[in-house]
Design a binder for this molecule. Sequence first.
Ligand code: FES
Length: 432
Amino acid sequence: MRYRHSTFAQAASAPVSKATFRVPTRGRRPALAAAVESAFDTAAPPAFDTAVETALAAPVDRVPAESDGPVLAELQLDPELLTGPVEVTGITQVTHDVKTFELRAGWMTAVDFAPGQYVTMRIPELGLERCYSISSAPFGTNIFTVTVKRVAGGAVSTHLHENVRVGDQLHVDGPYGLFSTSFHQAERHLFLSAGSGITPIMSMVRSLLARQGGLGTDIVFVHSASTPADIIFRAELEQLAEVAGVSVTILCSRDSEAETWAGRRGRIDASTLAEVVPDAADRETFLCGPGSYMNAVRPLLAEAGVPSARTHEESFVFATSPADRLAKAGARAKGAETGAVGVTGVSHAVEFRVSGRVVDCDESTTVLDSALDAGLSVPSSCSEGACGTCKSVLVSGEVEMKHAGGIRPKEIAAGKFLPCCSTPLTDIVVDR
Ligand code: FES
């Protein structure tokens, strides 16, 4: 088996393992310092030691005894993966339509993730999966949080908001994603978010502040919300604004019913950017929000001289919906009849071993699309190699995979791949 893929090269060279560590808890201070220093590849400053100790202090009593969760062998879980059943241990109403769910991975001592990464949450009763950013920082407990905005008509977010209670179990798979300060380390950061795009950003900001213990922090954070009532983590943002080395700007497009916004108004523009972050070009920039926001901000960053190589983006508003994909499959089928598609002229046999179907797949067609064309049901969500939902085993053959962080290097090494972003280079056999 051989894979060609672009993003993995970036992921493999990034300090993923450096950002994932398990901090021993009570009574093991020397090991803690060693773990922290190893995690960040540098000596932890004294203030950072204090910050980590403080971060550990509150939740340490909640680190479960072994009897709290099923043992690893029973669950067949990889201890490095945040994949399995998690218990809802707390629910906080953040705004009128946003809740934070505190989740405990009972089989782990400490969850492993890089700040900014996300998990795919599976709701078996709905037969649906959705990606949610982890909003907490990764500091040595098996507790983490996801913050979910209720989306009008959104089945999963509505289910989470209306039906999920403390004590319930959810299933997560992750962590995924390369949108993290751990993979793009820098001294100075610019964070730009809109709406619920703030969730991965808060994980990174919280992590940087704990990591640096307030020393040498140089963060500019610009968040946009529709109204004051829609500002997620508002109290924390206001506290952050008081921290040395942290600049926070909140923009609201309009007033809410109960509050006239006294801060900056309107949408982010070139003059606001130049005023609040005149040195944008010298900062590692992280951008997260709805597609329209991202489209508006990209040119502003380019105008401000921020190199595209130092601009990192994430949006869970995927370009292709399931309905779009089915429509595309229909168009491909029609095009194939007329000779309008399949332009490379090179195709390979794709065998779906479990279902016993074999289809021809053009080198320009993804394996997922070929499965849909064949009428096969392969779970998928993003179609962009980001969520991990379509992960499958490549039994034999070669594919070119261009993923966006939805698969881990060790999964690739174990023979897995993402059909949604892979095209065949040879005849292949897929375990589907
Ligand atoms: S559908 Fe999301 S990674 Fe394939």
